[in-house]
Structure formats: structure tokens, C-alpha cells
Design a protein around this ligand. Sequence first.
Ligand code: ZN
Length: 439
Amino acid sequence: ASALQISRWEKKMKKNSQDVTRDVRVRSRAGFETERRGSHPYIDFRIFHSNSEIEVSVSARNVRRLLSFQRYLRSSRFFRGITVPNSSNILDDDYNGQAKCMLEKVGNWNFDIFLFDRLTNGNSLVSLTFHLFNLHGLIEHFQLDTMKLRRFLVMVQEDYHSQNPYHNAVHAADVTQAMHCYLKEPKLSKSLTPWDVLLSLIAAATHDLDHPGVNQPFLIKTNHYLATLYKNTSVLENHHWRSAVGLLRESGLFAHMSLENRQLMESQIGDLILATDISQQNEYLSMFRSHLDRGDLCLENANHRHFILQMALKCADICNPCRTWELSKQWSEKVTEEFFHQGDIEKKYHLGVSPLCDRQTETIANIQIGFMTYLVEPLFGEWARFSNTRLSQTMLGHLGLNKASWKGVQREQSGSGDDVDPAFEEMDSDILPQEPRLS
Ligand SMILES: [Zn+2]
């Protein structure tokens, strides 16, 4: 890795997390306290009054409208006695039939999670995860109560914020589907235990639980209580994990297991979810790389297996650019919408716009090309070394095609003349590492 590889883009990604401890294995030693259900990351705008001379007049009502989180909406609906009617229209049977039909191909990399979500009336995460539990024989093996399982999955799905353009239950369902595809890969499937599969699916389904739709730097600079609670380190990931543990306990899904096993499960789910912190990617990647260089990964070893599952979940989490263009493009639009929304809030409240969040200077194509070059390609390159299968080749194939497509969009935009942002051109030269910049 040359100094040149430390691109402007990477610097942007890291700019706000420099003070953060870089220990991959960092985790609270304070046991496994959960976060109270309903302790959603509500962002209190009053804090901007206290330490800033800029007068922001925004009523509590407006604040709620601005960042009205899933939980708030549902509880207020509940208290006002409004229930969301169960849609029982004549088309439901037909949709159910089509959704069931889709589940027969749940291991297919082209699986269209957006269509599946529409066919299940917004219940993709519950339907898909329940199906996978069944498919992997987990219900039988762990003697799970299917009512408790369904209730647990409904709570998980509800604790995602449906108003987030990207970090919502559909993303969680997509990651869970990808994880399932990786679990089926020959190297993994022959060595994984039912326990490993159970943890992988739960971690995938819960890995972004109660995501507020803003990133860690935002929580830090607004003095959000979660940033304080987790000492500015893997703030969101810690919150997702603790929220997942809270729901596991509340559901009683594993109440019939020994306390020791439940604690082991909670801590191992934490290891998986914490691995999805993108700011720690280099640490995980270099560990992965040195294992592959030494050829010393032994999947009979539980620690090695769990390391591979961490890598698999990381891949599943950022696999959007490895899907077909039709799916990949939709994800790109959604994630950019969420970034730009954060940028809009930061502008409005004079918080300083976070990297990649400024709709005036960034474009979807630039963001995607940077993301692919510096995060997705290195990760999936190593993954293909580990698991050199047709799926890995398919994913790398889509990745290459999608990148070419975004470059086409980029050329079109810069070719159109007039309104080319200078930052855009600067970035364009930054994110093309294959150009002979060493000479
Ligand atoms: Zn995610």
C-alpha cells in the first residue's frame, strides 16, 4: 500500500474518526447491558441553542417532524388509538403466492429484495429471515418456539426506521439474503455448525438495528448521548448490538438455553456486528490478507470460523455494488439520498457538512466510484482469494460493470459542460488509482 493510496476520499472517510481508538477487538468490558427498548437515537435539537450563538428557532413539533423516528411515530400512533389497518385486500393471496415463489430462489444472487418487500407488504425482513431459519433447520435444531421467533423478528423489523432512505429493514433483509448466499459457499457450508449459522443470520438481520439515518461524526458533533455512552467508538455498531441483545432477551426466544450459551451468543453477535464498522475496515482487511498469504486459515478452528463470518458479514453489508446494475443503482440512489439529507440538516444548523454529504459538491457517481475503489474492490478481491467460486466471480463481474457504468455517468456529466463542479474534477483524478500517477 503506497502513500498514494491514501486518497482524498479515504481521508474524507476518516477525517472525523481520527480520535477513535483503532483496536479491532475493542468492546465494552461492562458486561452485556442492553439498551432499553424505545431508547431510540432521538436527536434533540435543543443542544444547538446551548453552545452556539446562532439562534435556531425550531419548535419541538418541528423537530419531531424533521427527525421523527420510527419509534416515536408508532408510539404516538398507539397512544392516539390509531392502528394501522391490516391490509386484507383481494390481491394479498396472489402477492403471498408470488413471494413464496421468490423464496424458492432465495439463494440466487439476483434475488430482487425490493420486489420481495413489495410482495410481502413491507415485511421482507420477517418473511425472509423466518424462511432462512427454517431452511437451515435452526427451528428444529434449537427447538425454537415459532411464535417467539416470529415475534422477535417483527420487533427487529419494527425497530428499523422505515423513513430512512437506506438504513431500513429492507437493507437488513438484503444483507441477510447476501449472508445466506455466503453461508452456502462450499468452504463455509462444509465447516459451519448450526450455531454459526444461527449467529450469522441474527447478526445480519440486526446489524443496523435502530439506525438513526445519520453517521457517527454527526452523533459526535451533536453530543448525542450514544456518542458519550460508547466513548465515540463504533457508536452506531455498539447501539445496534445492544439493541439486538435487548430484543433477544425481551422475546425470550432462547430462554430455554443455558445462561452460559445465551451470554456466549450475545457476545459473539457483538463481534459480528462490530466488524461492520467501516472505519475499521483496514484492520480487518490486513488480518484477512495475512491469513490468506500464510494460508493458515483452518475452518475446523472456531476462532478462524468466526473471523471468516465477520468478513462474510462485512461483505454482505457492502455488497450493493456487486449486485446487478438494476439493484445496485437503486441502492446507490438511496444511500446518497440519506447522505444528502444529513448534509441538509448540517447546513441548516451550521454544523459543518460531513464528507460525502454535500449535494452541491458531490455526485452519486463520484461517491460510488470512490466507495468501490477504496472499500468494495479491496474487500471482495480478498474474499475471492478465500472463496474462489462462481459467486465470487459473478460479484466481481458486476462490480466491474457497475463501476464502468458510473464512470460513463461521470463522463456524461462532465461532458455536458456548463455546470461542472471544480471539486468534481479534482476528485475525478483522485479516484483513478490505475492512472500512472507514480511516474
Ligand atoms: Zn448495514
